[in-house]
Design a protein around this ligand. Structure first.
Ligand code: XMP
Length: 326
């Protein structure tokens, strides 16, 4: 489709000045497309949807309604950051949906990875549809589609799960980033004043922590994933690895092993650390984390995270392992 090909004349956005030029052009284009009508956006807090939100807030202000669905599988502090940045600082019209119980109830006992993804995707559409029906007069749906999504070049993202809305909710699409590559989206995001931590976030899968709590998700093990991930991120940030390593996270597999804590035998989960570098997510190499740092992180995780008595470091490149464990 002709309108899905990046114009050859389009300059690569590498500087704040070029980002500002892009932003000015997009503000005009968005105002021309939307006029005085209303737009809806599923705002996950990821880089792409956040940049779309910031652009639309500038372009049409209160005509935009952002819906943030907390499905319980987000990282520690993420839902709070979305509310703080968009509702409190940017004064956006933000509907925050606490759907944690709904998702976790639906996921109870579902162990097969693709089935888990389907349950999460389907429930997301259901929640979003319910919210869309509560709003009156919406004519546009904004999406954080970026150029690699159109090119379908990588496995990085089975993009925003809002494609499956029923026919009577088929809105006209607004996709201001559809010709941008990820690095350009980040430059634009910074120029729009979004926090560095939001714009330079590492990739995070749509099903979130759900695929890092392997097998059937339980609330206690999910908390162990969230808490250990927060410790890993904190330590990477402190030790200068945050912007250096492409993707890093923890996994809590659904089995236990014996240990001993304060002279008492324990039977608890291990936490697996994964830290990889890649260009396109098709292949990946393992980050060489200093051993002393690994020991420090291990000590923190085994002492601070409930239900955990061991820490492992995954040394497997892709191939043979995938980046995620499910
Ligand atoms: P794998 O595990 O296949 O991951 O080596 C490659 C990249 O894709 C991300 N990933 C996903 N992203 N939905 C997503 O949006 C998913 O279901 C999904 N599964 C994997 C993964 O985090 C890595 O960046």
């Amino acid at each position: 489709m002709a309108n899905n090909v990046r114009p050859a004349s389009m300059e690569r956005i590498t500087t704040p000045a070029l980002a500002n030029k892009f932003i000015a052009e997009q503000l005009d284009a968005l105002r021309a497309q939307i006029g005085s009508k209303k737009v809806l956006l599923a705002l996950s807090g990821g880089v792409d949807s956040s940049v779309v939100a910031a652009l639309l807030i500038k372009a049409v202000g209160q005509q935009l309604t952002c819906v943030h669905v907390n499905h319980g599988l987000l990282r520690k502090g993420e839902p709070e950051q979305v509310v703080r940045v968009f509702r409190e600082e940017m004064k956006a019209n933000l509907v925050y949906v606490d759907a944690v119980d709904r998702f976790l109830d639906k996921l109870a006992g579902v162990a097969e990875p693709e089935q888990k993804r389907k349950v999460i995707g389907a429930e997301f559409i259901r929640v979003f549809e319910e919210e869309a029906r509560k709003l009156e007069g919406i004519e546009f749906l904004a999406q954080g589609t970026i150029y690699p999504d159109i090119l379908e070049s990588g496995p990085v993202k089975a993009h925003h799960n809002v494609g499956g809305l029923p026919d009577d909710l088929k809105f006209e699409l607004v996709e201001p980033l559809k010709f941008l590559f990820k690095d350009e989206v980040r430059v634009v995001g910074e120029a729009l004043g979004l926090p560095h931590s939001m714009v330079y976030r590492q990739p995070f899968p749509g099903p979130g922590l759900g695929v890092r709590c392997t097998g059937a998700i339980t609330r206690d093990r999910l908390e162990a994933v969230r808490e250990s991930d927060a410790i890993l991120r904190e330590e990477f940030a402190k030790n200068g690895l945050e912007g250096k390593v492409w993707q890093y996270f923890t996994i809590v597999p659904d089995y236990k092993s014996t240990g001993v804590k304060e002279n008492v035998r324990s039977y608890e989960w291990p936490v697996v650390i994964r830290a990889v570098n890649t260009k396109d997510a098709m292949t990946a190499t393992v980050e060489d984390i200093p051993f002393a740092l690994l020991q420090h992180i291990t000590n923190r995780i085994t002492h601070e995270v409930k239900g955990v008595n061991r820490v492992l470091y995954d040394l497997t490149p892709k191939p043979t392992g995938t980046i995620e464990w499910e």
